[in-house]
Ligand binder design. Sequence first.
Ligand code: HEM
Length: 403
Amino acid sequence: TAGATGAAGLVLGGAGGAGVYAAATGSGASPDAKALASVGSTAAPFHGEHQAGITTPLQARGHLVAFDLAPGAGRKEAAALLRRWSAAARTMMAGEPFGDTDSGVALDAGPSSLTVTFGFGRTFFARTGLNSRRPAALDPLPDFSSDHLDARRSNGDLWVQIGADDALVAFHALRTIQREAGDAARVRWQMNGFNRSPGATAQPMTARNLMGQIDGTGNPKPSDADFDQRIFVPADGGAEGPEWMAGGSYAVVRRIRMLLDDWEKLARGEQEKVIGRKKSDGAPLTGGSETTELDLDKTGPDGKLVIPSNAHARISAPEQNGGAAMLRRPFSYHDGIGADGTPDAGLLFICWQADPLRGFVPVQRKLDRGDALSPFIRHEASGLFAVPGGARDGEYVGQRLLE
Ligand code: HEM
């Protein structure tokens, strides 16, 4: 169900659905003062079956931050930390300052669709004496031949995803989460991302990435009959288990650098063959509109496949992977231009699934063996996190594990 969506009831999805800013305007109308004000006044609910920030429409700003528990901190300190963090998230997501020492950075702004989402990494369980309750789904991801991973910017005991439609609201949440970590946890790595600003396009559209492609079309939709089954651990824990993960999901986080100088040298037609879709509107090269299915068997006058055998959209399609599917909900990033003149830019690729072994892993394995996109990207960091279900009234996130 779409139960975890923002207050505006809008969800991430493909064509026509994924209104990043539909939440703000409610229509495709040109922004007026009222519509712009509603960017700020839109709130995502903290309590619910699922944590916010999974099916919530993409926000304009994102911060990802991983923490390691401090030496000497164990289960008790972790429980107190999650209790503090949950209180901070609930308060800030309602647009309120948090605590007596609030920095004031978010004053004047409304909630701005802020979401704060918490996850546990594999190493958390040994540190807290909870190894027996560690889900098998947190077993390390396999190595991929194209990996160039920086261990210092990968994994971590705890992970927090922050998204908001206002940069100051997002920064305020990041600083508050860091402050509330206190002596219990230290930042391991931190990354900043962005998406389109609400109202930037005349109509709600699927987002574009920094290669200029429409990205998100093939995502499962909350209206699909099997959406919950693919994305969330069942209410009874189910086969994926464990029970404390009921309503939760597993996040795979990959910092994927785009080699934009190389990519931009390709003619548009070549770029389109790499994906198998048109850049202008995301339609398959076999015709139709963005929502038309790919015709994977269609050949051109030269007898060759119209969507090449190594096209990214072909290789990653669920039909080609035994139904493996995930909800991709990324942020773009740009961290400046290096001494060699190349931008440190790409995708903070975040995908959500009930089980990484039936989502990310088989698809990435296949992409690793021959995706036409591979020469233009580099996976630089990786994380896998168990994101528990949403907190019920009076509960904090992760309470069912930590108490
Ligand atoms: C589809 C771009 C990495 C899985 C697509 C599409 C684009 C795209 C443009 C077609 C539109 C759409 O359906 O969203 C990229 C870029 C990447 C990247 C630029 C890296 C910088 C990955 C990775 C995975 C992945 C690492 C998973 C391991 C998928 C899936 C689809 C897809 C599942 C949808 C296929 C379908 O339903 O037909 N990607 N992608 N992508 N990509 Fe990627």
